[in-house]
Design a protein around this ligand. Structure first.
Ligand code: SF4
Ligand code: SF4
Length: 79
């Protein structure tokens, strides 16, 4: 079943692909604490081989991960 209104809710893949901004991680700063992973609504943040990865196609640009990062490793950039 689809979320949101008929014709595509906020979780639709098309909406995700057109986010104006996406989150990026500075791996020189990230301490791999994992705090940001459960904060991301579309689950766009993953740990791969111990490094944090943001899936640019899945990121909706919601910014919910940026402020909570204790070391300021996450930032928004133009998509
Ligand atoms: S919250 Fe910040 S330091 Fe922790 S894993 Fe996420 S980006 Fe890295
Ligand atoms: S900006 Fe939002 S969607 Fe993108 S990685 Fe951060 S929490 Fe996830």
């Amino acid at each position: 079943m689809l979320d949101g209104p008929p014709g595509g809710g906020y979780r639709s893949p098309m909406r995700r692909a057109h986010a104006a901004e996406v989150a990026v991680v500075d791996l020189a700063v990230c301490d791999r604490c994992g705090l940001c992973l459960p904060l991301c609504p579309p689950e766009a943040i993953h740990l791969e081989l111990s490094d944090l990865v943001v899936d640019r196609q899945a990121c909706t640009g919601c910014r919910k991960c940026v402020a909570p990062c204790p070391v300021g490793a996450l930032a928004m950039v133009d998509a």
